[in-house]
Design a protein around this ligand. Structure first.
Ligand SMILES: *Cc1c(COP(=O)(O)O)cnc(C)c1O
Length: 364
């Protein structure tokens, strides 16, 4: 068999289905509305969305209008999911939102007015969600604005508020007092829109207990294998596996410097595998020599990550060009990579690039 000549990104849809079941179980009776923004965290919103539909998901979230349009096309008319757009109702987007049957989650008073103007012109009721900011300070109406809207029904003329939601800022730290403070702000606002379904939690919030689940949860990263507390969680399976072949094996003398700049200095004679992948494939260039790759049954130090090549200390392991090294996957864990890269699992996933050959495992 010829050795593959490039990195390979395997996306395991059966692992996705496993994680969906784990989160659904944890979410009690709350509806699972997976988040597929940024092309499904870089893994392909279409295949992920179709498989999640097969697992029972009937509502999704994306960030951009264009992502919603692409997901609608990928799901096709045989999968009439509710697709929420987190950017909301931005200027001039009414016709495109309507044409693709997307539900904007409005985030400000001007957005409400723009949505209302569009609904008045188009006739009929426009389904919307309302995003309320309970303390993340990024997106959404203030609780006072939401109250004012609820108390002046004119403002919502022609709009059907089907979802009231907020987003937690510190849910990955279960003991953090911010979550309880946000919950306390969300409850009374939620009560102002009794006809709407309520949603507060993303992946991490699902694990904070029944109070945080409301009617609908919005898991993203944990569906794709990232732990809810930003560290590996053995209940979840890796969905993305990035592997790349060994290009060459080199012996480096004690005291030599590897890579650019001040590089990494090895303190003993070291055998390294030069692997055909780099930050251009999405392995973030990280603090010197902290990352770990999986080869020949062990986690091994990645000495350097350059654009196209990664040097891995393989010790005495048997190796030859063409052998595959796992850079991310069931053994080289996403949350560990994120930690050494000073980032989060979300970013490590979206950085996975199109240079690696993509393979989907499991039925869509
Ligand atoms: C990204 C996002 C989510 C999903 O978050 P995860 O941490 O990936 O589960 C849910 N809700 C909102 C508003 C988001 O922006």
């Amino acid at each position: 068999m010829l050795a593959p000549s490039s990195a390979r990104l395997t996306i395991d849809l059966d692992a996705l289905a496993h994680n969906y079941a784990v989160l659904k179980d944890q979410a009690g009776g709350a509806e699972m509305a997976p988040v597929l923004k940024s092309d499904g965290y870089g893994l392909g919103a279409g295949p992920l969305g179709r498989r999640l539909w097969a697992e029972g998901a009937r509502a999704f979230f994306v960030a951009r209008l264009s992502e919603g349009e692409a997901l609608r096309t990928a799901l096709g008319s045989e999968r009439p999911a509710v697709i929420h757009v987190l950017d909301g109702f931005t200027a001039g987007t009414g016709p495109r939102l309507a044409a693709a049957g997307l539900t904007p989650v409005v985030t400000s008073l001007p957005q409400i007015d723009a949505a209302q103007a569009f609904a008045a012109q188009a006739g009929g009721a426009l389904a919307i969600g309302l995003h309320v900011d309970t303390g993340m300070n990024r997106q959404g109406l203030t609780p006072d604005e939401a109250r004012a809207v609820a108390q002046s029904p004119d403002r919502l003329q022609g709009l059907a508020v089907e979802l009231i939601m907020s987003h937690l800022g510190s849910a990955t730290e279960p003991a953090h007092p911010r979550s309880a403070a946000q919950l306390a702000l969300f409850r009374p606002v939620r009560a102002l829109f009794p006809q709407a379904r309520a949603s507060l939690s993303a992946s991490a919030g699902i694990f904070l207990g029944a109070d945080y689940r409301f009617d609908m949860v919005r898991p993203g990263v944990s569906l794709y294998g990232g732990g809810p507390e930003e560290r590996p969680d053995s209940r979840l399976k890796a969905v993305a596996r990035l592997e790349a072949p060994v290009l060459d094996i080199r012996n480096i003398a004690a005291g030599a410097m590897v890579g650019y700049g001040s590089g990494v200095v090895v303190d003993r004679p070291t055998r390294v595998a030069i692997v055909q992948a780099g930050y251009a494939d999405g392995i973030i260039r990280m603090a010197k020599g902290e990352g770990r790759a999986w080869f020949a049954g062990e986690l091994r130090r990645m000495l350097i990550v350059t654009m196209d090549l990664i040097a891995v200390d393989i010790g005495q392991a048997k190796a030859q060009p063409g052998d595959m090294v796992e850079l991310l996957g069931p053994n080289a864990l996403l949350d560990d990579l994120a930690a050494v890269a000073g980032s989060v699992a979300h970013e490590c996933l979206v950085r996975l690039s199109d240079r690696a050959e993509r393979i989907y495992l499991g039925s869509v």
